[in-house]
Design a protein around this ligand. Structure first.
Ligand code: ADP
Ligand code: MG
Length: 454
């Protein structure tokens, strides 16, 4: 086999013909590394199933079965679009220590139990005795879970063929290596090569494989974007380590929607499903304090009520600080600009801190109004009327624009005991039922006046 030198950026997996100090694609410094790469073209061809090679009319092709199997954990099933598709390759990313190994061991245990099948758990990071200890703690000691500490791709392939498990967990793809590739484990070539092999074995044996992927300090799945392209499903685990709960979010799914989230509470006995996430995020919300407001955000098909808190205080010297946690900083800056220009809140000489309680990240524009109200509430030192939830997107002219799924949002607020909702006035007509006190608002100034106590 001929070995050819290639140079890859370890951040973005961009390929360059020679070593460079800076990647021309993503601009990161010292990320280009030489990797000896076997020419794999030949082997890839040989491995193909000869019968599947010829193009055929699409009507003659037998589709893969839509049948999924349950992991036995309904929040995980939900994020995967209703269960695991046989033969699929799933990637789970997340910060170190967030609970990836924990949840996958639980998934291994409960899928084994629910489906009465064998499950293989391969770890390149922990010893089998460590895994056994954790399994004890999580209550998943079962003899249909096979564990091994192995990092060599061919060996793992052999185990999969020997044991024929229904589900395989590889923890993590960055520790796996293929001895034919001379690059270090975790490098672009290794990760790609190992994923490629696992993908082949998943498809040919109809085994579902879940890979753990590390996350770089920038929050990207480590190294190769290629990894995300190769797998069928990408899941992301998030949350703040100091707090108990974790979110599982779908980022890519070839077999279903990517909008669903699963919510878990991290406890001694592992990750416990949270059936009603809003109640978890609302737990602390009892007092009326200036700066705190409850918003509604849609996570997939589920509405989630979360609290946004803002603190606006006069800044000392220099440029005022602007800090946001859990929200898009640019979006927040835009909302502050609208508040300044359209509502006349002069926050130029003030520091502003905005935080989503509980460490959730919200990307939805429907929380704009909540951000505006919390800032105004803190700035004016007037609390939001108790039992009020707000929702609406803010336009540059200060108008409140309509949001999706208004009915679901309002229903959830009612369900959690809110008495009043401020919603875009354009959406009032969409509400069919007679709900709680719902007020339509047209402009951000109007909404602030109605939301804050006199
Ligand atoms: N004995 C324990 N009791 C409760 N929680 C624990 C215990 N041991 C570990 N944990 C929790 O599990 C987390 C580690 O999860 P782990 O699944 O190893 O993360 P990852 O695989 O994503 O790096 C730790 O951050 C800690 O919060
Ligand atoms: Mg781990």
């Amino acid at each position: 086999m001929t070995k050819k030198s290639v140079f890859y950026c370890q951040e973005c997996s961009h390929k360059v013909p020679r070593w460079m100090g800076r990647c021309p694609n993503c601009g990161s410094w010292n990320s280009i590394i030489e990797e000896k790469h076997p020419t794999t073209g030949k082997r890839q061809q040989n491995e193909r199933d000869p019968g599947n090679d010829m193009p055929r009319p699409i009507t003659e092709i037998i589709p893969i079965s839509e049948e999924r199997f349950s992991t036995g954990i309904s929040e995980v099933d939900r994020v995967m679009g209703g269960g695991v598709v046989p033969g699929s390759l799933v990637l789970l990313g997340g910060d170190p220590g967030i609970g990836k190994s924990t949840i996958l061991l639980q998934v291994a245990g409960s899928s084994g139990k629910t489906n009465q099948c064998d499950v293989l758990y391969v770890s390149g990071e922990e010893s089998v005795r460590q895994i056994r200890l954790r399994a004890d703690r999580l209550g998943v000691l079962q003899d249909n879970i096979y564990v091994c500490a192995e990092t060599e791709a061919f060996q793992i392939e052999r185990y999969i063929l020997d044991i024929s498990p229904r589900l395989v967990v590889i923890d993590s793809i960055q520790t796996m290596y293929n001895p034919e590739v001379s690059a270090a484990p975790g490098s672009v070539s290794q990760v790609r090569e190992c994923t490629y092999r696992l993908m082949n074995i998943a498809k040919s044996t109809n085994t579902s494989i879940i890979l753990v992927g590390h996350v770089t300090k920038e929050g990207m799945l480590a190294g190769p974007k290629v990894l995300e392209h190769m797998v069928d499903v990408v899941l992301q685990m998030e949350g703040q380590k100091e707090q108990g709960f974790r979110l599982l979010r779908g980022e890519k799914n070839r077999f279903g929607s990517t909008n669903e989230i699963g919510v878990f509470d991290m406890q001694e006995s592992g990750l416990i499903e949270v059936a009603n996430p809003s109640s978890l995020f609302m737990m602390a919300h009892a007092e009326e304090v200036p700066g705190a407001v409850v918003v509604s955000t849609m996570e997939g098909t589920r509405p989630l009520l979360v609290e946004i808190q803002a603190l606006v205080c006069s800044s000392g010297f220099g440029v005022p600080k602007r800090m946001t946690t859990g929200l898009d900083a640019n979006r927040s800056a835009l909302i502050m600009a609208v508040l300044e220009k359209r509502v006349g809140l002069q926050m130029g000489g003030h520091d502003a801190y905005i935080n989503v309680v509980g460490g959730v990240r919200i990307y939805e524009p429907a929380v704009d109004l909540g951000v505006a109200v919390s800032l105004a509430s803190s700035f004016r030192d007037r609390a939001v009327e108790k039992g009020t939830a707000v929702m609406g997107e803010i336009g540059l002219t200060g108008e409140i624009r309509s949001v999706s799924s208004i009915e679901k949002r309002v229903r959830e607020a009612k369900y959690l005991g809110f008495q009043r909702c401020l919603i875009p006035s354009a959406d009032i007509g969409q509400l069919k039922d007679n709900y709680i006190d719902v007020e339509g608002v047209k402009t951000v100034g109007d909404a602030i006046e109605r939301a804050l106590k006199v």
